[in-house]
Design a protein. Structure first.
Lengths: 471, 112
């Protein structure tokens, strides 16, 4: 079946190139949604901006770093509190946000002095913090503030600090993805290799593309500890700035994310000869497979089998309880990019759940190659969706549950279909064995919650009796 | 009914992320490296694992070979030449799908 032109897209036929419905006998040689392309006029994209990709997704997870946002206040607020990545040092990165609060006069006369003052103020207010990332935003990039010159001045005045500049304003690319790209490549070029880590194990890895959403990193870290593996850097969940400067000393890069993680892993492979091992860390099957691969690299397979056996004995009965009750449910995944292909087979194999529609806000064509290879026939695969497409596809696919973010989540409420936060999770962590039980529990609770059905009943007339009956 | 190479191909499509790395060069390296290690493992030979890159290929190949053996009983019985033929077919299919006829415009993009 060719690409799909939805009814709501009749006036913007360009959208046909972004929506695919998989049928038997086809593969990605025949059809592949166009991705990482500019959003076209007439479609109300759900995408974020490139600055958001750099700050909210990647840099913001660092637990010991001032995130100085050189721009108006809204750029700071909108990339601060929506990502739930805790840390083991009291969640420093979630408690504070920093901004130069640029106003009209600063735009007219330039914001470099204001930035310099803000950087000193931040370091003075937080004397224990010696690391900072400075981000440009749309207005400060447009007026041409020389951020690197300011950073040089501040660094000369404060020789004990280290500062990294991310020059990726919101308009820098078509989506968040450009921000991932810019930050990652600049980080490898400027920062990796500038700190020597203390090596405490003969087995060392970097875990790239895990941002400690609701404690994912903590789960993975426990597995690594039990295997005797030292994680030099999680890029970037629960990591310090200097952990990520030490990445050149790992023997293996374990990659969980997609292009953003691939950029950095490929650069580390090219510059330092560190091999790249891509894994899935959501799902029972996949987690076991990931542990086996990492352990095999180090020749510690026995330890891996012991860990897998213990975790399986502990968590499999709970997973099976949920599987029995979720079997046959239909799910939509309306998220960013990689979770489509990480989750579609995991929920099918481990929980008996069918994924009937998936969309990606910022995924690249590589993400669609992966998800179409793994995903079911009779499923929609959508790039950069708009709201009307969302409603039309939900009407066709009829999912029992939708995994998406809080913004689309509010639309989902209108459909009276249960929604689970697919970005920040409802009650995570979701990674690893125990994490997948958490995910199954949230799916069970959502799909068995009577509120969504009851909320759809108009209680003014006959509906009142239905409500009383249900009570 | 598909060939043995088709069976292996369907499995790899569904399970293996290494076929879809970011660039043409790393897809080529992975496909060639992992299938070569799988050839050794299925023939009962210890694959060379001297360099970090080789150890990484072996790690991926071991999981794949274990799954091949559990999912495809014929692979436990087949002579080496037949297994080799199936793996060569798998390699050709992967190269065709993920590189030669891939619609992914970024595989050779200068900016990536």
């Amino acid at each position: 079946m060719p690409m799909v032109l939805l009814n709501c897209d009749q006036d913007i036929p360009e959208r046909e190139r972004h929506i695919y419905f998989k049928v038997p006998g086809e593969d990605t040689r025949d059809y592949l949604p166009v991705a990482n392309a500019p959003t076209i006029p007439g479609t109300l994209s759900e995408r974020g901006c490139s600055f958001c990709g750099a700050k909210l997704v990647i840099g913001g997870a660092l637990k010991d770093t001032i995130q100085m946002i050189h721009g108006p206040l809204g750029c700071a607020y909108d990339t601060w509190h929506t990502k739930r990545y805790p840390s083991d040092n009291g969640h420093f990165q979630l408690k504070y946000t920093w901004s130069t609060d640029m106003k009209e006069s600063n735009i007219v006369f330039g914001g470099e002095k204001r930035l310099e003052k803000a950087m000193h103020e931040a370091f003075n207010e937080m004397p224990d913090i010696k690391r900072m990332i400075v981000y440009t935003t749309c207005p400060t990039a447009l007026i041409g503030d020389d951020v690197k010159a300011v950073v040089k001045k501040v660094t000369e005045a404060r020789p004990d600090v280290d500062i990294f500049v991310v020059e990726c304003p919101g308009f820098g690319g078509v989506s968040q993805s450009k921000g991932h790209h810019v930050l990652n490549i600049a980080w490898v070029s400027e920062k990796v290799g500038t700190v020597e880590p203390e090596i405490t194990s003969p087995y060392t890895i970097n875990f790239i593309g895990d941002y400690n959403i609701q404690g994912d990193t903590f789960v993975l870290e426990r597995y690594c500890e039990r295997l005797g593996i030292q994680v030099i850097a999680h890029f970037t969940g629960n990591s310090t700035y200097d952990d990520c400067r030490s990445m050149h000393r790992a023997q293996l890069n374990v990659v969980n994310c997609a292009r953003s993680a691939g950029y950095i892993a490929n650069e580390l492979k090219r510059l330092y000869g560190i091999p790249r091992l891509d894994v899935d860390s959501w799902g029972f099957n996949y987690t076991a497979e990931a542990i086996r691969k990492v352990a095999s690299f180090f020749g510690i397979e026995d330890k891996a089998e012991e860990l897998i056996a213990e975790e399986t004995a502990k968590w499999k009965p709970q997973l099976d309880w949920y599987k029995e009750r979720l079997q046959g449910k239909k799910m939509a995944i309306w998220t960013g990019g990689p979770r489509l292909w990480h989750w579609t087979k995991a929920v099918e194999d481990d929980l008996g759940v069918e994924v009937v529609a998936m969309s990606s806000k910022f995924g690249h064509e590589e993400d669609f190659e992966k998800v179409i290879a793994r995903g079911r026939h009779g499923t929609y695969y959508v790039d950069d969706p708009n709201e009307l497409e969302f409603f039309e596809i939900m009407d066709k696919a009829k999912p029992d549950i939708i995994f998406t973010g809080p913004r689309v989540g509010d639309l989902v409420k209108k459909l009276h279909i249960p929604y689970v936060n697919g970005h920040g999770y409802h009650n995570g962590p979701y990674m690893g064995f125990e994490g997948f039980v958490n995910m199954a529990r949230d799916m069970y609770n959502a799909t068995h919650n009577p509120l969504f059905r009851l909320a759809a009943i108009d209680i003014r007339d006959a509906g009142a009796a239905q409500i009383e009956e249900a009570a | 009914m598909g060939t043995r190479a088709d069976e292996l191909f369907d499995y790899v499509q569904e399970r293996c992320l290494w076929q879809f790395h970011s660039r043409t060069w790393d897809r080529e390296q992975n496909i060639a490296g992992i299938i070569a290690k799988a050839q050794d493992l299925l023939a009962g030979r210890e694959p060379a694992a001297e360099t970090p890159a080789e150890r990484c290929f072996v790690a991926d190949a071991k999981v794949m070979v274990a799954d091949f053996r559990s999912r495809f009983p014929w692979i436990r019985e087949a002579p080496e030449a037949e297994i080799s033929e199936a793996l060569n077919g798998l390699r050709d299919r992967l190269v065709d799908l993920t590189i030669a006829r891939s619609r992914n415009h970024e595989l050779t993009h200068t900016l990536y």
